[in-house]
Design a binder for this molecule. Structure first.
Ligand code: NAD
Ligand code: DAU
Length: 356
């Protein structure tokens, strides 16, 4: 069976991994719509750019008319919507872009998809899917125990989380009101190749290589559940092809860790893999504790029982192998990340409380 998949945000970290993964499968054609914000990079797609089953258009999802034209030309069987503003710290500094893209943009995309889907017939209409790629942050913060499942109430705390929660609600409302066949996946923290060096793991690696301090927010005891990006994109295709319409699926790595332990682990890998720039006492010497993130969620953990039971999906990478692969990748790809530090984002602290 051949599938035509319209991907939004396919020039970002997870989106580009998803596009590469889709094109490694048989009989899938991809149209990638991306605005190319600071967080994107078409170099991530060099390996597929000449593939006859792939096309890219530089388009803002908020540009309804342009998106509508792409639907008409491409005639997708499915939409996988990843385009978003994604960095929590930036949402603290400036929430407006998050509301614009994540909420208004998602609604605009839903409207176009719904108009398009309504005009399909037979199997093409029955089999159409709108898959929204969302986050565990919509559920808020956990204490020391427990895990989010698909019935957990929404309690988003940061402007980013609130914008994704709003988008999730709109996606489900289009299903309940108009019948659009939607699916939502809520995933935990991703890491791996091509992640923009503002997020914890790549930021710590690139700063360490440059001998800069490694800023841990607060006490470093906040916990995240980490998933290697290749496992996420595998889950996305599994859900898209076998998930049930109108359902939400949690995706996670079953790999909880405190931030301080993640950074120490990265430092240990760097001690071995990058001895030439190692500080005398090892990279851990660079760790510093800084002011906490305002509204910092304490802990996220995902109960992934539903996707395991219903779809047989589970992550393939352990945290330790994933971190080792990621450190090795960043050491081998300085030509990819160094230009960001020079031209786009020099690694400065973002998302501080006003007045600090
Ligand atoms: P990213 O920031 O690396 O990439 C986002 C992409 O979206 C970029 O290519 C950007 O240019 C594009 N984009 C932004 N605004 C756009 C607009 N208005 N129109 C078109 N394109 C636009 O993000 P990511 O980490 O790859 O995350 C992808 C999706 O997965 C997001 O929806 C995010 O909320 C979700 N998610 C991310 C994680 C994570 O840990 N990174 C975890 C769970 C869910
Ligand atoms: O949980 C899924 C979410 O994970 C995604 O939806 C978001 O798009 C993604 O950005 C990520 O959000 P986090 O806020 O958890 O990721 P971040 O990498 O910014 O931070 C991870 C943890 O590390 C968090 O507890 C804050 C902390 N941190 C972060 C940075 C950048 C530090 O201690 N120091 C830092 O310099």
């Amino acid at each position: 069976m051949s599938l035509r998949i319209l991907v939004t945000g396919g020039a970002g970290f997870i989106g580009s991994a998803f596009v590469r993964y889709l094109l490694s499968q048989k009989s899938i054609t991809v149209l990638n719509l991306d605005k190319l914000t600071y967080a994107s990079d078409l170099r991530t797609l060099e390996s597929v750019q000449d593939n006859p089953c792939y096309a890219f258009r530089k388009i803002d999802i908020c540009d309804t008319a342009a998106v509508r034209r792409e639907f008409e030309d491409f005639q997708p069987d499915a939409v996988v919507h990843l385009a978003a503003e994604t960095h929590v710290d930036r949402s603290i500094d400036g929430p407006a872009d998050f509301v614009h893209t994540n909420v208004v943009g998602t609604c605009s995309l839903l409207q176009v998809a719904n108009d398009y889907w309504s005009n399909l017939t037979g199997d093409r209409q029955r089999n159409f899917r709108f898959h929204h790629v969302s986050t565990d942050e919509v559920f808020g913060s956990l204490g020391e125990t427990g895990a989010f499942d698909e019935t957990s109430p929404y309690q988003p705390n940061s402007p980013y989380a609130a914008s994704k929660a709003a988008a999730d609600h709109f996606v489900l409302s289009w299903h309940r009101t108009y019948g659009l066949p939607v699916i939502i996946s809520n995933c935990s923290n991703n890491y791996g190749p091509y992640q923009f060096p503002e997020k914890l793991i790549p930021l710590m690696i690139v700063r360490a290589v440059d001998g800069k301090d490694l800023p841990i927010y607060g006490t470093g005891e906040n916990v995240r559940d980490w998933l290697y990006v290749d496992d996420h994109v595998d889950a996305l295709l599994t859900i898209l092809t076998r998930g049930r319409v109108g359902e939400t699926y949690n995706i996670g790595g079953n790999a909880e860790a405190r931030n301080i332990d993640i950074v120490r682990s990265l430092c240990r890998h760097l001690d071995t893999a990058a001895p030439s720039t190692k500080p005398t006492g090892g990279y851990c010497d660079l760790i510093t504790f800084v002011d906490d993130r305002p509204g910092h969620d304490f802990r996220y953990a995902m109960d992934t029982g539903k996707i395991q039971r219903e779809l047989g999906w589970q992550p393939r990478h352990t945290l330790e192998t994933g971190l080792e692969l990621t450190v090795a990748w960043y050491l081998d790809h300085e030509d990819w990340w160094r230009p960001f530090l020079q031209n786009t984002y020099d690694g400065e602290r973002l998302g501080r409380r006003r007045g600090q």
